[in-house]
Design a protein around this ligand. Structure first.
Ligand code: SDX
Length: 432
């Protein structure tokens, strides 16, 4: 982000304050208020940080008005290609450029070397209640990785960081699959070192002893693409959480475990589960699409059209477009259809011609079609957000690394607007 000669002038309490204006290689200008409090004792107010650039970043760029998303400058549409490769994109996001053949091979080998989880950690799954929410398991087990990999806790060693990143990406896949096996009371199977990342995940999910799950090419490609499309998304809620925790010099495992907890929220990564619940309630006759639209517009009704709207996109989420096309491809390959897809299409059609949604620029977001596609691949609803976390993990790691590589990074500690009591005295309980 470069400083221009342009200044912004703030007039307050009869004085004028000149503030530097910053510009990036793309996107909006920024007024640098970082010294405003120290030099003038004034703060700004932006509780959801919707008007605040919280960092400098070179990883991902979104143009919300045009529906543009690029990873290190590459439009995400370029990854919708034959043999999409999630691990290649993970490397791109974390290390800044597309890997060479040797880099990709070595990274893949590191993932394979780290696909098992410690038997002590694996045994803990057996003590969890079968109905444990997979996102609770993921967050807890991710934190616990710090207990088994203490050498990765100190910061600053590039070599160790690369190993820690590979461990995390590989083990989160195993933990995710094991959380599913636990919920089904199924025996655990072990990762197969001969399989690539997504094929190994599906093997861990669906193989049973003496009956290996054979992944079709289309399903493996679709899973790679789902993870790629979720891999990073600028300073979204969970990524900002990772940065806040990481700014205290917390280790990578703890920072990403915090990201899992933020992603769990139904307004964020949990929306893909809510979309399926919404579509199923329409399918069961509980609701008609028109009822959904009406409920979503009713201010007295807390119902939201899940999978619609976005803090940044005021156009069609480019990821939703690709996911919808991939769902069509997968259904064609499986020679099946899902009535929920027809219902989703009907909802989209009604919303996109309704002035409530048009006026508020509410379009389908990444969650609107992702659940339908995951269902087509046999993934149960309670695993949707876990898959989102698996996809977003390289983005969290990349953003955490970018923050730690910045020598000027300080602990993130916002101010507040105090609306509480003025000074008052303690009143002993006998006098209250
Ligand atoms: C993700 O930040 C990211 O990048 C997130 C993400 C990522 O990759 O990390 O893209 C992933 O979280 C996608 C979003 C998934 N969430 C949902 O699908 C939940 C449903 N969507 C809404 O909750 C909402 O759209 C948000 C939370 C996504 C965005 O909220 P905003 O931008 O803060 O919008 P808002 O709440 O200020 O709403 C503006 C208006 C309001 O109406 P008015 O007060 O102006 O009359 O639009 C309405 C809202 O009521 N509105 C909706 C709506 N979303 C916004 N009304 C009905 N249904 C909706 N879905």
């Amino acid at each position: 982000m470069s400083q221009t000669n342009e200044k912004a002038v703030l007039t307050i309490d009869g004085k004028q304050i000149e503030l530097p204006v910053l510009t990036g290689t793309e996107g909006h200008k920024a007024i640098d208020i970082s010294k405003l409090f120290d030099e003038h004792g004034i703060t700004t107010f932006d509780p959801s940080l919707g008007s605040t650039a919280a960092c400098r970043s070179t990883i991902t760029y979104i143009d919300g008005d045009k529906g543009v998303l690029r990873y290190r400058g590459i439009p995400i549409e370029h990854f919708d290609r034959p043999k999409p490769n999630f691990i290649e994109v993970a490397w791109l996001l974390i290390f800044g450029s597309l890997p060479t053949f040797a880099e990709l091979r070595n990274f893949r080998n590191m993932l394979t070397d780290n696909e098992l989880i410690h038997e002590g950690l694996r045994r803990q799954f057996g003590d969890l209640p079968p109905k444990s929410p997979p996102m609770a398991i993921l967050s807890a087990m991710l934190s616990q990785l710090a207990c088994y990999h203490e050498k990765f806790l100190p910061l600053g060693d590039e070599e160790l960081f690369g190993e820690a990143a590979a461990r995390l990406i590989s083990k989160v896949r195993t933990i995710a699959a094991y959380s599913y096996r636990r919920s089904k009371g199924l025996p655990f199977v072990y990762p197969d070192p001969a399989l690539r990342y997504c094929a190994n995940f599906l093997h861990l999910m669906f193989s049973i002893p003496y009956q290996q799950y054979i992944v079709s090419e289309e399903i493996e490609d679709a899973m790679n693409l789902v993870l790629i499309l979720h891999a990073d998304h600028e300073q979204n809620c969970s990524t900002s959480t990772v940065r806040v925790v990481g700014s205290a010099k917390a280790n990578l495992f703890a920072s990403c475990a915090a990201g899992v907890s933020a992603l769990w929220g139904p307004l964020h990564g949990g929306a893909n589960v809510e979309v399926i619940k919404m579509l199923e309630s329409i399918q069961s006759g509980g609701l008609k699409p028109e009822d959904c639209i009406k409920a979503a517009k009713d201010k007295d009704n807390p119902f939201k059209l899940f999978g619609f709207g976005h803090r940044v996109y005021k156009n069609y989420d480019p990821r939703a477009k690709i996911l919808r096309a991939v769902a069509d491809r997968v259904f064609a390959r499986l020679k099946t259809n899902d009535p929920l897809l027809d219902i989703a299409r009907k909802l989209e059609e009604l919303a996109l011609k309704d002035s409530y949604f048009i006026d508020r620029k509410l379009y389908p977001n990444v969650d609107f079609y992702s659940g339908i596609l995951l269902r087509a691949m046999g993934i149960p609803t309670n695993m949707f957000t876990v898959i989102f976390a698996m996809g977003r993990l390289p983005g969290w790691i990349a953003q955490w690394k970018e923050q730690h590589d910045n020598p000027n990074q300080k602990i993130i500690r916002p101010r507040q607007l105090y609306l509480g009591n003025k000074r008052t005295d303690y009143v002993p309980i006998e006098e209250r």
